[in-house]
Design a protein around this ligand. Sequence first.
Ligand code: ATP
Length: 264
Amino acid sequence: MTSAAVEITGLRHRFKETLAVDDLSLSVRPAEIFGLLGPNGAGKTTTIRVLTTLLPPQAGEVTVFGFDVRRNRMAVRRLIGYVPQALSADAALSGRENVALFARLFDVPRAERRARADAAIEAMGLREAADRPASTYSGGMIRRLELAQALVSAPRLLVLDEPTIGLDPVARSGVWERITQVRAETGMTVLVTTHYMEEAEEFCDRVALMHRGRIRALGTPLELIASAAGESLDDVFREYTGDDLDSGGFSDVRAARRTARRLG
Ligand SMILES: Nc1ncnc2c1ncn2[C@@H]1O[C@H](COP(=O)(O)OP(=O)(O)OP(=O)(O)O)[C@@H](O)[C@H]1O
């Protein structure tokens, strides 16, 4: 048994000719906010899909609080709250109904559902808007609603795939404030992917820089910046990969548009 929240050893995943994840190993400690950083196509989503049991690993070992994603799929699922990049809220339902739906889906005991949904809505700052249809929410509110949905089952590990993509700076910091507050109050472990280096620098305890399926550097933002004699994580990324983070180009635009469309 390991004491890590997440332990990944030698993970490899190939889609036909694309090696999406290439011998990746990392360990996430309980109660930390761990950032998996990298440009579009680096392999972050594939790693997360394996970790959340949505994609079986082709090679390597992945455990969540000691449970193996292959052998103990249901146990792993019960420990995880997951907010994918794609929309997971229903526009026609109110915020409260959306969260209640997740409480049922995740087998929150009937007697506790109401209180847990109220607590998750409150924690995400949505009490006033809870009875309005989600179609009237701003992009930041939808993200916070999706966080409330993921939190209603009281997960030990919260997995967030690009939680602030497509949001304006104010909405982005609103989302991060809520994430850090929940972590402080509950001791929940948070694994987040992002390609916004400045957010990772400010809010993550440790980060791994991922590029073309591999981890290029891992440590606290300050350690990494010092090791690269740089001023920001952007400098670190350039130092370890020889690339600019914005080299995502077309897929970057496509990802942002995808998010913009779902909010329309
Ligand atoms: N289902 C799939 N079929 C084929 N190729 C895939 C599939 N999913 C991902 N890939 C490829 O694997 C590589 C890694 O993709 P992945 O989505 O994991 O990266 P990412 O870092 O999460 O980027 P993004 O933020 O754009 O999702 C990319 O080259 C991508 O095109």
